[in-house]
Design a protein around this ligand. Sequence first.
Ligand SMILES: NC(=O)c1ccc[n+]([C@@H]2O[C@H](COP(=O)([O-])OP(=O)(O)OC[C@H]3O[C@@H](n4cnc5c(N)ncnc54)[C@H](OP(=O)(O)O)[C@@H]3O)[C@@H](O)[C@H]2O)c1
Length: 328
Amino acid sequence: MSIQWGIAGPGRISRTIASEFAAVEGAEVVAVGSRSAERARAFASEFGIPHAHGGYEALVADPDVDAVYIATPNAQHFPLALAAIGAGKAVLVEKSMCCQDEHVRQLIRAAGERRAFLMEGMWTRFLPAVRAAHQAVESGSIGRVRALQGDLFAHRDFDPADRLFAPELGGGSMLDLGVYALHFAQDFLGTPSSMQCTGRCYDNGVDADVALQLRYGDGSFAQLCCSLAGHGPARMTIAGTEGFIEIGPRFHHPSRIIVRIPGNEPQVISEPFEGSGYRLELQSVTDAIAAGATEHELVPLADSLAVARTMTQALDQFGYRPHDQLTL
Ligand SMILES: NC(=O)c1ccc[n+]([C@@H]2O[C@H](COP(=O)([O-])OP(=O)(O)OC[C@H]3O[C@@H](n4cnc5c(N)ncnc54)[C@H](OP(=O)(O)O)[C@@H]3O)[C@@H](O)[C@H]2O)c1
């Protein structure tokens, strides 16, 4: 029996995801929801989706939908995911899971009460190059991990109406880009014990760029930065006592890593992925839902909460408190 998916939000990433689903076994996209019936119908007809809903309530109420993929602006993730969980659906919610850590906590509680599957769409963790980096660390080849350094820059022209910049839609570099760097650090170093940050906001109060310094209980540290206002390589380095690993660039969808041990030839590990890379996440999540799981071991809910906590603390320092407030 296949898992029947509904897509919430016929936007940019949903177009890629709808195409990627064609390569996923045991999954079928049966519905799409939009604020506009016309946009839902156009998306449905383009991707051969049987049900088109002109409203998000109708999508989450669709009895043929087992699982909802949420790709609306960040500020709408919380109310939409809560409604989908309440309707008994499994939920894959795009990054960032919510704009505030308190709402991530509430989603986790709601999913726990309903025994519903919930995961943040941190697809990077499913990519073979990232799995290879884990294997290299676990093999001990670079010794004990002492630090991570990484950047994720993606220059975009400022447009206050775009979801990337609008405070009411949960815009900003942290929730759009920094979340990848923080998840990467969470994946390899765990939850930080302290955080310092600095940054700059646009005139509308939304963060343009952020630099973070994280400390961990064992004395290791991470230096991470993100920006919507500049260009950058999107490198990530995992530094250990015996050597280091370069991931990417770009580290959030790498197809190779290089393991460098002083005195040895660099070891280049190529791990290309098919399509846009999202199918690995979609396949693994579909399989987990089919198996009755309530969360995914590669993107644990505790990690989403820890990352959200750091982001909320950092944005609080800039006086930017994006609200999870868009109604359905
Ligand atoms: N995993 C990844 O690689 C990746 C990449 C890009 C984006 N994302 C995430 O996916 C989400 C969507 O990003 P996107 O780039 O696809 O955004 P987008 O192109 O702006 O699409 C967002 C969709 O949300 C719907 N929406 C509902 N309420 C809205 C509102 N008040 N204002 C604007 N749109 C609204 C819109 O559809 P209707 O107007 O038809 O309802 C729109 O098509 C974000 O959370 C983002 O962080 C993830």
